[in-house]
Design a protein around this ligand. Structure first.
Ligand SMILES: *Cc1c(COP(=O)(O)O)cnc(C)c1O
Length: 455
């Protein structure tokens, strides 16, 4: 039985044909590192009684496999068939082609980000979006930051630092992770004044709480949960009058903040940004990568004098956007100027407005083809329910269709889910009633799924 001597040296491997091929592909440093680890493991195995010749023969395959795994990024494109269109953990909105092209162009070349092409003087990066945002929301002015959490933070800090910020107890929400309204307020330096109760808040609750120390009233769109039954909230127009009479700022945090009426696309209504502005909020905050369908960003739109104060806050510099996202946002917002073709061009809206009948046809067509690729599992077309995601209308589902995959054994759905996650193009669905469901609402082409499964 062969021992340690059967193993090649590091140099022998690096100088071999296979070694040179691997170095071409992965670089010398990576190959040397992976090879050392493999040789250590082979020596340990031989010490434990393994045959040196067998270990030496296995070495090239194992090394190539190690390097292939290490070279594969975990940020590779995947298929989101979870049924949640705006999946925060999967990166939210898929961008429109125009936005992708604009972002790519911005990455590859200098552009007039803060440069006035007419005068050759200094420009402002937000200027590229201000006009569009004014036009699409009816607001006087706009400022743009890293995400909506940042939009809320900078607005609270600008108008509430060292002062009181009044919020209804029914709106002290947690968005998820570390974004809880009371915590954000504390970090913004605002003293939280809670008014009303969990289920009911009245105009006088706000009026009684206002003091000379009040900086702002915050209204939060409770997009991610719903209180039903014996409830009361103060409508935004009435709250705007209360704030105006008291001379304090009313900030309405919309969260998803659609720029179009979703009812026109067969969905349940969400308040639009233009409505929130028209209702009299001094400032409205919303996300770039939720219903708007763009890259991660946060907007504050509203009164010009207040936006100027936000722009004067040193935090703005820390929260500003880069040229790539500003370019993608500009291209995304431009699409809204042509509402007739918006659903065609903006993936988020295209997915959300896809009729169930259309998806069901796709499911019926795909079921036998997918079954042929997964012989251990039974595959049938099924009805299912999608949702918007990112905290929008969580209790409202959208009728959809997909594939239902089942197999032998209680752990079959988990096993199958793990297998699909391990594909070169990972596929994720959701498990329900002992089956893995692949919701096809967000599947653009049949081949996207078939090619992923073939790999
Ligand atoms: C999602 C959400 C936020 C946070 O927005 P991000 O873009 O995720 O930073 C804040 N407020 C509300 C009401 C939200 O729904």
């Amino acid at each position: 039985m062969a021992g340690f001597r059967a193993l090649p040296s590091v140099d022998q491997v690096l100088l071999s044909d296979m070694g040179r091929t691997l170095i071409d592909r992965h670089g010398r440093t990576a190959v040397t590192g992976a090879l050392r680890l493999r040789l250590d493991a082979a020596r340990a195995a031989i010490r434990d009684g393994a045959d040196g010749g067998v270990e030496a023969a296995r070495l090239p395959h194992l090394l190539a496999a190690d390097l292939a795994v290490a070279a594969q990024t975990r940020l590779r494109p995947m298929l989101n068939l979870t049924g949640t269109v705006l999946h925060t953990n999967l990166g939210r909105a898929i961008l429109a082609d125009a936005a992708i092209a604009a972002a790519s162009a911005a990455m590859a070349a200098p552009l007039a980000l803060e440069f006035d092409l007419d005068t050759g003087g200094r420009g402002q990066r937000d200027d590229h979006l201000r006009g569009l945002l004014r036009e699409l929301t009816g607001a006087e002015d706009a400022t743009i930051v890293n995400n909506n959490a940042a939009a809320v933070l900078i607005a609270l800090n600008t108008f509430g630092q060292g002062r009181q910020a009044i919020v209804s107890r029914g709106e002290l929400i947690e968005i998820g992770g570390a974004f809880r309204m009371p915590d954000i307020m504390a970090r913004a330096g605002a003293r939280l004044v809670e008014v009303g109760t969990t289920n009911r808040t009245h105009p006088r609750d706000y009026q009684d709480a206002i003091t000379p120390d009040t900086g702002l009233i915050l209204k939060v769109h409770t997009s991610n949960y719903r209180i039903e039954g014996f409830t009361a909230e103060v409508p935004a127009p009435q709250l705007a009058r209360i704030a105006q009479d008291a001379g304090v700022v009313l900030l309405n945090d919309l969260g998803a903040g659609s720029l179009v009426d979703l009812a026109a696309y067969g969905l349940k209504r969400e308040p639009t940004v233009a409505e929130a502005v028209a209702e009299g909020a001094d400032l409205v905050t919303f996300s770039g990568d939720k219903l708007l369908g763009g890259p991660q960003a946060g907007f504050v739109v509203g009164r010009r004098d207040l936006i100027a104060r936000i722009n004067g806050n040193p935090m703005k510099r820390a929260l500003r956007l880069d040229k790539i996202r500003i370019s993608a946002l500009e291209a995304t917002l431009r699409l809204y100027r042509d509402p007739d073709r918006l659903a065609e061009r903006l993936p988020v809206l295209r997915y959300l407005s896809r009729p169930q009948a259309d998806i069901a046809v796709q499911a019926t067509r795909l079921a036998p083809q997918v079954a042929a690729l997964l012989p251990d599992f039974a595959v049938t077309a099924t009805d299912c329910a999608s949702q918007i995601g990112s905290g929008s209308l969580p209790t409202d589902t959208i009728p959809s269709a997909g594939l239902r995959l089942t197999g032998a054994g209680g752990d079959a759905p988990d096993r199958l889910a793990a297998r699909l996650r391990g594909l070169p193009c990972p596929v994720v669905g959701h498990i329900r009633d002992g089956a893995l469901i692949l919701d096809l609402r967000t599947l653009d082409r049949d081949d996207d799924l078939l090619d992923a499964l073939r790999a």
